[in-house]
Design a protein around this ligand. Structure first.
Ligand code: PGA
Length: 253
C-alpha cells in the first residue's frame, strides 16, 4: 500500500499569527477526526516553519517549505537553503511548482540541483509537474510531463527516486476553480507510473506516491482520490481553511 498524503500549500498567505492559528485549528481537528493511516504535510511560508515544527505533536503531520535554494550557503541575498529548512525540523519541500517555474523562471536544470540539494539534507521533495492549457490543447501534455520527469528527477538512483513525492498539477487547474476530471487526472497519473516503471522498475513505480493538485476541494477530492493511481492531493486554496483541509484529509479515513 502506498502512503496516502494530503499536502497543503499555503503559498504566500497567512501572517505569523494567522498561520499559527490555522495550524492549531488543523491539529485539533486532525487529533479528533483523522482515524486512518493517511499523512498530512503542511507547507507554510518560511516564517512559520520553526514555530510549526515546535508545536507539532501529531505524528500524522509533517511540516514542509515551498521552495529551497540549490546552494548550501553563500551570497544569495534573500534565499533560504535546504540545509536551513532541515535545521528547523521541517521534513518536506515543494519544488517545481508551476508558479515558481512561471514567475521565477525555474527550469529543469535548476530544479535538478534543487532536488539534489533537498535530498542531500534529507528533505522529501514534493516535485510538481503539469502542462499549461496551451500545451494540453496542442495535445502535448504527455510530452511535457515526460520532459519534466526526465529533466529533473530521472537522474536519481532508484533508491533516491523512492524518496520523492510527485504531484501532478495541470497549470490550467491551479487556483482557477477548474479541476481536471478524475479520469483526466488518472490518465496522467497512470502515464507517470508507466514512465517510472520503464525508467526504473515496476516496484519503484508501484511504491511512489503521486498527488493530484489544482482546485482540489472538499467536493471533488473523494472522486479524485478513489482513482487507482491518485494517492492524495496537493491543496492550495482549500488548505487555508482548517475545516476544508481536514475534510479532504478525511477522505482516507
Ligand atoms: P489550488 O492550488 O488548490 O488553489 O488550485 C494548488 C497548488 O497550486 O498547489
Amino acid at each position: 500500500m502506498r502512503t496516502k498524503i494530503v499536502a497543503g500549500n499555503w503559498k504566500m498567505n497567512m501572517d505569523y499569527f494567522e498561520g499559527l492559528n490555522l495550524f492549531n485549528d488543523m491539529i485539533a481537528l486532525i487529533n479528533q477526526e483523522v482515524t486512518g493511516k493517511q499523512h498530512a504535510v503542511i507547507c507554510s511560508p518560511f516564517i512559520h516553519l520553526h514555530a510549526l515544527t515546535k508545536e507539532l505533536t501529531n505524528e500524522k503531520v509533517s511540516i514542509g517549505a515551498q521552495n529551497a535554494h540549490q546552494a548550501e550557503a553563500g551570497a544569495y541575498t534573500g534565499e533560504v537553503s535546504a540545509k536551513m529548512i532541515a535545521s528547523v525540523g521541517a521534513t518536506h519541500v515543494i519544488l517545481g511548482h508551476s508558479e515558481r517555474r512561471q514567475y521565477f523562471a525555474e527550469d529543469g536544470k535548476l530544479l535538478t540541483q534543487k532536488i539534489d540539494a533537498a535530498l542531500a539534507h534529507d528533505l522529501t521533495p514534493i516535485y510538481c509537474i503539469g502542462e499549461t492549457l496551451k500545451e494540453r490543447e496542442a495535445h502535448h501534455h504527455f510530452d511535457v510531463i515526460k520532459k519534466q520527469l526526465t529533466e529533473s528527477v530521472f537522474h536519481l538512483s532508484a533508491t533516491d527516486f523512492g524518496r520523492i513525492i510527485l504531484a501532478y498539477e495541470p497549470v490550467w487547474a491551479i487556483g482557477t476553480g477548474v479541476t481536471a476530471s478524475a479520469d483526466q487526472a488518472q490518465e496522467i497519473h497512470a502515464f507517470i507510473r508507466k514512465e517510472i516503471a520503464h525508467k526504473y522498475s515496476q516496484a519503484v513505480a508501484d511504491g511512489i506516491t503521486i498527488l493530484y493538485g489544482g482546485s482540489c476541494n472538499t467536493k471533488n477530492a473523494a472522486e479524485l482520490f478513489a482513482k487507482e493511481d491518485i494517492d492524495g492531493g496537493l491543496i492550495g486554496g482549500a488548505s487555508l481553511k482548517a475545516r476544508d483541509f481536514v475534510d479532504i484529509l478525511k477522505v482516507f479515513n
